[in-house]
Design a protein. Structure first.
Length: 274
């Protein structure tokens, strides 16, 4: 009995070291960009995946590569094509990714998560998420996109979903540019050393309809209805509603005051104190 017990203890101590587990190491977290390394570990040691890391790729070359990858989404009979990485976040992501490749090991894939706010109705903000996994193997740069301009639900803003290879979180397919090809619906392999990536490609519109903060342009009724707002609100009403929403998110006012004041603004009533 004692020998069986000793054997059980030895097995219990030995097994954890044999288990393969996934490890993540934070690398960068600033201004809405979060980058981390992910790898497999066994017996306390990283399992090499044969990645050609560390690698030296300039931020300019990476920006040029990212700028020519599009995605196609389909809704009903209509199909939309747009950039996989919006112009406003292109260079910040490329700069961090360049630094990450220089630090990564042959065992580590690089996960990139970018959450940014976009104006709705010129004032109201919504958070949108773009995320992908990157690695270099067989002299090709692989980019596996998980989400592209995904509108983050309010309940998920505190804990954003992280990308994984093969994670089809959105119904889109990548459209590769020159010197690259598809490897599955959401992955591209890029011949990143090609000379064409040493220079920028032509500028492309980002497809975003922009309005001034002063609300000079009329707002479509459909957008107002989506926000639960009636048509005919004045620009100053919209600005006050935006300030009220910001104060609510910052915890500066109570929920009851927010609801009362919002209704007052919509009804055109005078300001009341919290």
């Amino acid at each position: 009995m004692a020998r069986v017990l000793c054997l059980a203890i030895v097995v219990a101590l030995f097994l954890p070291g044999c288990i393969t587990r996934t490890v993540t190491d934070d690398f960068y977290d600033h201004a809405g960009i979060y980058v981390f390394f992910r790898y497999q570990q066994k017996s306390g040691r990283p399992i090499s995946r044969g990645y050609q890391h560390p690698a030296v790729i300039s931020k300019e070359r990476l920006a040029h590569i990212l700028s020519v990858i599009d995605v196609k989404t389909r809704e009903g009979q209509s199909e939309e094509r747009r950039p996989a990485v919006e112009a406003t976040i292109l260079y910040p992501i490329a700069e961090v990714l360049s630094t990450a490749f220089a630090k990564a090991t042959p065992a580590q894939e690089i996960a990139v998560v970018m959450a940014r706010k976009k104006r709705r109705l010129g004032l109201f903000h919504r958070k949108y998420l773009t995320s992908f996994i990157a690695w270099i193997q067989d002299d090709s740069l692989y980019l596996d996109f998980s989400r592209v301009e995904w509108e983050v639900p309010k309940q998920k803003e505190a804990e954003l979903p992280m990308p994984r290879v093969g994670d089809k979180a959105m119904p889109f397919r990548v459209v590769p540019g020159r010197a690259m090809h598809s490897v599955g619906p959401q992955t591209v392999a890029v011949a990143w050393r090609e000379p064409i990536f040493s220079s920028p490609f032509g500028q492309r519109a980002d497809g975003v309809v922009r309005r001034t903060v002063l609300m000079d342009s009329p707002i479509p009724a459909a957008e107002l209805e989506e926000e639960g707002l009636p048509p005919g609100l004045r620009p100053e009403d919209l600005r006050e509603l935006a300030d009220l929403e910001e104060a609510r998110q910052n915890g500066e006012i109570t929920e009851s005051y927010y609801q009362r004041r919002r209704e007052s603004i919509i009804q055109g009533e005078a300001t009341t104190s919290p």
